[in-house]
Design a binder for this molecule. Structure first.
Ligand code: MF3
Ligand code: CO
Ligand code: CO
Length: 313
């Protein structure tokens, strides 16, 4: 019998599609925020409001961002402890919402451009902006929980992909290498470095592991606004060479895929899913650019973050 030609390494054909596919569930009503909590401009109208003039933050804003970032990190650790088979994403939304308002902050996603919930939960082939609903997490799922809090006039934005129970080896590799890609992007940050050094680092790591890089969603300036004008692609773009500067605050939040990074949007106009139904993972930190590197704002005072605490490796 003739020997069949064997391929080297992981090939696309051998990566299973996510089965069964994630389907929309029931979305409950908007949750309430107590009246004494300071709200961002869009809380009433859904409209983000005017843009800030500068992407460099004042000393006072930086202090506020350290507090907001720290709180977002603590809430994400709290959220990670909720992840288990049988738990609905709506119940995660309820608990995260309560935890944020208990701490005196506003859950930034709530009514941002009309978004209906307080956190994003993106399962398996969902790339980002999954809306918490009646679907229960299942053993073997991966789920990104993306927490943003608004505290003292600024936002802190961070996310981690969690493994639910026992996860297949492709998904474990995807999650691990997406985390590494984020940290390689962070390592490219310093005063004077071009923005595209970040995407170059992330994309080249993704290529090494034959993972796709999502292009439609990118990192963003964050501060007094949830999303400011500063754009941080996770792929290399030659012309995107604006220099980073000390005092800029922005996110790095790569979404990597086991198959093609091409995507489509559900009818809800939020949920982005891979077109080939293969899985996607994402990690996110809010950073402060310094002369010599980046300060990670979305960590606890002890330097902890969900990305490490819940790492399966
Ligand atoms: N936290 C997301 C980000 O990383 C944004 C969510 S916008 C929402 O940029 F409206 F979907 F919440
Ligand atoms: Co973000
Ligand atoms: Co986010």
């Amino acid at each position: 019998m003739a020997k069949r030609k064997r391929s080297r390494g992981a090939t696309l054909e051998r990566v299973p599609v996510s089965d069964p596919p994630v389907r929309p569930g029931l979305v409950g009503p908007r949750r309430r925020v107590p009246g004494h909590i300071e709200r961002p401009p869009y809380a009433r109208t859904g409209e983000p409001g005017p843009s800030a003039a500068s992407s460099v933050r004042s000393a006072a804003e930086i202090q506020a961002m350290r507090r907001a970032g720290q709180m977002a990190a603590e809430v994400l650790l709290f959220a990670g402890k909720l992840v288990a088979p049988g738990v609905t994403t709506d119940s995660i939304d309820a608990e995260v919402h309560e935890e944020i308002v208990r701490r005196g902050a506003y859950p930034s996603p709530l009514n941002y451009r009309g978004y209906p919930k307080s956190v994003c939960t993106s399962i398996n082939e969902v790339i980002c902006h999954g809306i918490p609903d009646s679907r229960a997490l299942a053993d073997g799922d991966i789920v990104n929980i993306d927490v943003t809090v608004f505290l003292d006039g600024v936002h802190g934005d961070t996310s981690t992909t969690f493994e639910v129970g026992e996860v297949d080896e492709h998904s474990r590799l995807l999650v691990r290498e997406t985390r590494t890609a984020m940290y390689l992007g962070i390592a490219a940050v310093k005063d004077g470095a071009p923005v595209n050094a970040i995407g170059r680092a992330i994309e080249s790591h993704a290529r090494t592991h034959r993972l796709g890089v999502v292009r439609e969603f990118i990192g963003h300036g964050v501060g007094t606004e949830f999303h400011s004008g500063l754009q941080i692609p996770h792929y290399y773009e030659r012309n995107h060479n604006t220099p980073l500067a000390t005092g800029m605050t922005f996110t790095i939040e790569p979404m990597l895929t086991l198959g093609s990074p091409d995507l489509y949007m559900w009818d809800d106009q939020w949920t982005a899913v891979t077109a080939d139904q293969r899985r996607s993972a994402q990690f996110e930190h809010t950073l402060l650019c310094l002369d010599y590197g980046a300060e990670i704002l979305t960590r606890t005072p002890a330097g902890e973050g969900a990305a490490e605490v819940f790492s399966g490796d």
